[in-house]
Design a protein around this ligand. Structure first.
Ligand SMILES: *[C@@H]1O[C@H](CO)[C@@H](O)[C@H](O)[C@H]1NC(C)=O
Ligand SMILES: *[C@@H]1O[C@H](CO)[C@@H](O)[C@H](O)[C@H]1NC(C)=O
Length: 188
C-alpha cells in the first residue's frame, strides 16, 4: 500500500463510515466537479470564485475558474488541519462520511492530500511545509481534479469543509466550504 495512505489509515487521520448506516452508492475510480467553493462565513471575503458549470455532455472539459483565494496568514507545520466530507443521502447530509484530521503537521497533511492544482501553492515536497501569504488569482484557469492518493471513492454529492488553525487554538484561521460531485471516472 502507498505509505502515505497507510499513514492516513493508521495515525494521521480518522477515516470512518458515515454514521447512520450504509451509503447507498457505488464506489470506483472517479472524477470530481465543483458546484461552489466559498469561505464558511459571508464576512470572510478571502475567496471569490466563479466556477464554470459542469457540462455533462462535455465531460472531458475541465471547469474554468475565475477569481481569487487570498492567503492572508502563513501556514506551516505548527498548524492543525482538517477535512470533513458530508455526503448527501435521502435528501439529508450524512455528516462525517470521511474525516481527515492532522492534529500536527497540518501543512504537510494538506499539501499531501490536495491536488497538484493546489499543492503548487505550498513549498515543495521534501522541504519544510509552508503556505505563504499571497493572493492567488484564477483567470480562465482550467482546474483538473486528480487525487491519486484516493483512487476509489463512493460516487455522490458531497460537502467538504476544510479548516486549519494554529496549534492550541480551537478557532480556525481558515474555514472553506466546497460543494462537489464525485462521478465515475471519465473515459473508463
Ligand atoms: C488580500 O488580503 C490582503 C491582506 O488582508 C489585502 O490587503 C488584500 O486587499 C486582499 N486582496 C483581495 C483581492 O481581496
Ligand atoms: C476568459 O474567457 C472569456 C470567455 O471565453 C473571455 O471573454 C475573456 O477575455 C477571458 N479572459 C482572460 C483574462 O483570458
Amino acid at each position: 500500500m502507498d505509505p502515505f495512505v497507510f499513514k492516513i489509515l493508521t495515525t494521521a487521520a480518522i477515516l470512518r463510515a458515515a454514521s447512520g448506516g450504509v451509503i447507498p452508492t457505488f464506489a470506483g475510480p472517479w472524477n470530481a466537479w465543483v458546484e461552489r467553493f466559498t469561505t464558511c462565513s459571508e464576512d470572510d471575503k478571502r475567496i471569490f470564485l466563479k466556477i464554470s458549470h459542469f457540462n455533462p455532455s462535455k465531460k472531458y472539459e475541465n471547469q474554468v475558474w475565475n477569481g481569487f483565494m487570498n492567503v492572508t496568514v502563513e501556514m506551516d507545520d505548527t498548524w492543525w488541519s482538517k477535512g470533513v466530507l458530508d455526503v448527501r443521502s435521502n435528501n439529508q447530509w450524512k455528516e462525517n462520511a470521511f474525516v481527515f484530521f492532522f492534529p500536527k503537521n497540518g501543512c504537510s497533511g494538506a499539501r499531501e492530500i490536495l491536488t497538484e492544482m493546489f499543492s503548487k501553492y505550498f513549498s515543495k515536497k521534501g522541504t519544510p511545509c509552508r503556505l505563504v501569504k499571497r493572493c492567488v488569482y484564477f483567470e480562465n484557469t482550467t482546474v483538473a481534479h486528480e487525487y491519486p492518493r484516493f483512487p476509489i471513492m463512493p460516487y455522490g454529492y458531497y460537502r467538504l469543509k476544510i479548516t486549519a488553525g494554529v496549534t492550541g487554538a480551537q478557532e480556525p484561521q481558515y474555514c472553506l466550504n466546497m460543494l462537489c460531485h464525485i462521478i465515475p471516472k471519465i473515459g473508463s
